[in-house]
Ligand binder design. Structure first.
Ligand code: S3P
Length: 172
């Protein structure tokens, strides 16, 4: 039986540029579930972009909004939830994700992330310095947290998002 059958939601965690939103879209279509993207939920509730929220409220303000959005979305069932890369920083979020979902860590190398994010201007953390260095620094802190929270680790390196979704769906 699919491991996800026991859990109410399928939760995708992992770094920026791992393909959480696009792989989430494919999985949701395939399994007939709803896709919820936490960043989009935050933006529509705030009426402002993630960049704008970081500017006006700081990262702390964004994290608070993220915590609220996660709790709201995970009060329901039947979602594929694409989280933001920093959602796992908060211990309460980690507990909630595991409790309310089957958690998949989408792993991507820094090289892969750089390729996928090459033209991106929507991630404020990438503007903080040299992109490669920023991604390495984030990974050092966060990889242990992704491992801690995930029920399954899935390596997306070397695959298109469509291929990755196809292979991951076979495992679920
Ligand atoms: C962040 C990742 C972003 C978004 C915000 C902060 C992070 O989401 O939540 O820019 O801390 O890694 P994605 O992982 O969808 O890019």
């Amino acid at each position: 039986s699919r491991p996800s059958e026991a859990a109410s939601n399928l939760v995708l965690v992992g770094p920026m540029g791992a393909g959480k939103s696009s792989i989430g879209r494919s999985l949701a279509d395939r399994f007939g579930l709803r896709l919820a993207d936490v960043d989009h939920a935050i933006e529509s509730r705030a009426g402002a972009s993630v960049n704008r929220i970081f500017e006006s409220e700081g990262e702390a303000g964004f994290r608070e909004r993220e915590r609220v959005a996660l709790a709201e979305l995970l009060s329901g069932d039947g979602l594929v939830l694409a989280t933001g890369g920093g959602a796992v920083l908060d211990a309460g979020n980690r507990a909630l994700l595991r409790q309310r979902g089957f958690v998949v860590h989408l792993h991507a190398s820094v090289e892969q992330q750089l390729r996928r994010l090459a033209h991106d201007r929507t991630r404020p953390l990438l503007a903080r310095g040299d992109r490669e260095q920023v991604l390495h620094d984030l990974a050092r802190v966060r990889e242990p947290l992704y491992s801690q929270v995930a029920h399954l680790r899935f390596d997306t390196n070397g695959h298109s998002e469509a291929e990755a979704a196809e292979r991951l769906a076979q495992l679920l």
